[in-house]
Design a protein. Structure first.
Length: 278
């Protein structure tokens, strides 16, 4: 049976899986993602690949948290990792003789949900991740739409200026809190204090929810999806916002991601098989 290597490279961890044609994960290795160090990043990635047997492996798919050139497999920039300009596809080909197919990580997760998950019965599937950053991607008929990249960096009017929607991601909660005169430093602290009934935290949560709803409204108005599928670390605290979010958009389905933390891996595998079989 043919297999692929599926990479899911995030701002916190790198995960690599061996996936067969039935989209079963046969092996998975997780290691931390080095930041602000291109050499350390590449060394870590290759060390993970070295842990896998390559028998019957026909290709590699990789989702990364930034901008890539899908034609060449070059990583252009990973903002939350603090690196840029890596000939990833070329390096994988030279070292392992494997073709590799790179996309933004949200795009890979989206194709997993569109092909095999919550969106498999829908034509237009929009994937949203609310985690270290805020990302999104659109698939139409199980095909990634290239005109949509890094939407979390879209500017919107907030307070007395403009911010990126990324301000709702985990790395930027402290920045959002500062704009609202709050001492909160992380998403974890935010929801712990909301649980305790802290009024300052509840006010900050309402600001955060306003930004998330604004993001969904822009994506809904711009791309008219049949369904949103949502994942990310913030879904661990979904009881504080998810039902409210769904109620705010009664004309479109909003569902929790089927594959959850495995969406990037499964999507990278789906995409690798798709591209290799073309």
């Amino acid at each position: 049976m043919n297999k692929v290597l599926a990479f899911d490279i995030g701002g916190t961890n790198m995960r690599l899986a061996l996936v067969n044609e039935n989209f079963e994960i046969e092996k998975c290795v997780i290691k931390p993602t080095p930041v602000n160090d291109k050499e350390a990043f590449l060394k870590q990635a290759l060390s993970i690949v070295d842990e896998f047997p390559l028998d019957n492996v026909i290709a590699m798919g990789a989702g990364v948290p930034g901008v890539v050139d899908p034609k060449t497999g070059k990583i252009i920039i990973l903002p939350n990792v603090g690196i840029s300009d890596i000939e990833f596809g070329k390096i994988i080909k030279e070292k392992y003789n494997l073709d590799s197919y790179l996309r933004n990580d949200a795009q890979m997760a989206c194709i997993a949900e569109a092909a095999l998950g919550r969106g498999k019965e829908f034509e237009r599937v929009f994937f949203v991740t609310i985690s270290t950053g805020l990302g999104g991607s659109l698939c139409v008929n199980e095909e990634i739409q290239d005109y949509l990249t890094e939407v979390g960096h879209t500017l919107f009017k907030y307070k007395d200026g403009y911010q990126e929607f990324e301000i709702a991601g985990g790395h930027n909660i402290a920045k959002l809190a500062k704009l609202n005169n709050s001492p909160i430093k992380s998403g974890k602290e935010l929801f712990e204090k909301v649980e305790a009934g802290d009024k300052d935290a509840i006010n900050l949560l309402n600001e955060w929810k306003y930004i998330i709803k604004s993001y969904f409204k822009l994506m809904n108005d711009s791309y008219c999806p049949d369904i949103f599928v949502v994942t990310g670390g913030f879904m661990k605290a979904k009881k504080w916002f998810f039902d409210d979010l769904k109620a705010s958009f009664p004309d479109v389905r909003i569902e929790e991601c089927h594959f959850n933390e495995q969406a990037g891996l499964i999507g990278s595998a789906v995409y690798a098989f798709q591209q290799k079989n073309k």
